[in-house]
Design a protein around this ligand. Structure first.
Ligand code: CO8
Length: 303
């Protein structure tokens, strides 16, 4: 892991991935087996901690990047490397994603990665966002989001990229794709993932208004699958995972692919255009102004 993180600094995100990548049996890119053998059971990094229980085949990925687990380029790079490792490890069949922070699952994309950055840097960042979604939405593992805090925008995307969502029953926590509230627009693959989760009408309302749903409202529209008391989020995720793993892997994986492949292929065949669109949109003066106002609003809310 240390080597990979060192290489990450040396070659950048895409460089590391191409160094590590081979084509998996399902045609997606995966990390090379020799990498996954180096540290099989547990890996730590500043922003993410992964523990794999070999007796159950379930890995837990804990996001631990204060103050709000925002998805910076570094965070996304670590996330993808960890996901690749687990994907290649045959003993790993299920993944639970959760947060070590109180009150926040993930605040979504790190706004500072989109504000005042060069077009090249914005492009690199967006490629990492795409990669995170491609790896998670297309994972062969059964994936459960144990949402123990608020989960706006990119945090919501990560949650709906999983197979099942369990959220803390706390009306103060919210989840949703609130991009329009920032004056930005969720790209088509965010929209597709939301439509696949809650249906067209709910997605339309949700996206146009940039709605953040309280946990009970999120359950009502099917944005999350289950609410439980906060101290039971993780144990419920573990119990639920055993049910998912009772289904034969190959049958579950083929079914998942059948449900999601079209959505994934749409981004794969438009990846470069999507990066170009993002960069030209986010670097516009008017959008930069909206982001600055939103950042100021976040700070003033605190004061
Ligand atoms: N990025 C960077 N910094 C952030 C973010 C973020 N997403 N969210 C919060 N912060 C910062 C705050 O500014 C604050 O900084 P400081 O301590 O320096 O003042 C610090 O984190 C702590 O924040 P709060 O005090 O607000 O923490 P709370 O625990 O009170 O609240 C929340 C946590 C609910 C997560 C709250 O911080 C929040 O609502 N954050 C904003 C979430 C948001 O709107 N995210 C949207 C990001 S955009 C995205 O993910 C998709 C973009 C798609 C792009 C498409 C373009 C084409």
């Amino acid at each position: 892991m240390a080597n990979v993180l060192r290489n990450s600094a040396k070659f950048g995100f895409s460089g590391v991935l191409s160094q590590l990548s081979i084509h998996s049996r399902h045609g997606r890119e995966c990390v090379s087996p020799c990498f996954s053998l180096q540290q099989r059971n547990s890996s730590t990094s500043p922003k993410i901690k992964v523990d794999l229980d070999n007796s159950t085949g379930v890995a837990v990925l804990r996001m631990q990047s204060p103050p709000v687990n925002s998805l910076s380029l570094d965070f996304l790079t670590e996330f993808c490397i960890n996901l690749e490792k687990l994907e290649m490890d045959k003993s790993c069949r299920g993944l639970i994603i959760t947060s070590t922070l109180s009150k926040v699952f993930s605040a979504g994309l790190d706004i500072m990665e989109m504000y005042g950055k060069s077009p090249e840097r914005c492009g690199e960042f967006w490629k990492a966002v795409q990669e995170m979604w491609l790896k998670l939405y297309g994972s062969n593992m059964a994936t459960i989001a144990a949402i123990n805090g608020s989960s706006p925008a990119g945090g919501c995307l990560m949650s709906i990229g999983c197979d099942y969502r369990i959220m803390a029953d706390n009306p103060r926590y919210s989840i949703g794709l609130n991009e329009t509230q920032l004056g930005i627009v969720a790209p088509f693959w965010f929209k597709d993932t939301l439509v696949n989760t809650v249906g067209n009408r709910a997605a339309e309302l949700s996206l146009e208004l940039g709605l953040l749903y309280s946990a009970p409202d999120a359950l009502k529209i099917g944005l999350v699958d289950q609410l439980v008391p906060e101290d039971q989020v993780f144990s419920t995720a573990q119990d639920t995972m055993s049910k998912w793993l009772a289904v034969p892997d190959h049958a579950r994986q083929i079914t998942k692919s059948m449900m999601r492949k079209q959505t994934i292929d749409k981004l794969l065949s438009n990846r470069e255009a999507d990066i170009t669109n993002f960069v030209s949109f986010i670097t516009k003066d008017s959008i930069q102004r909206s982001l600055r106002m939103y950042l100021e609003m976040l700070k003033s809310r605190k004061a």
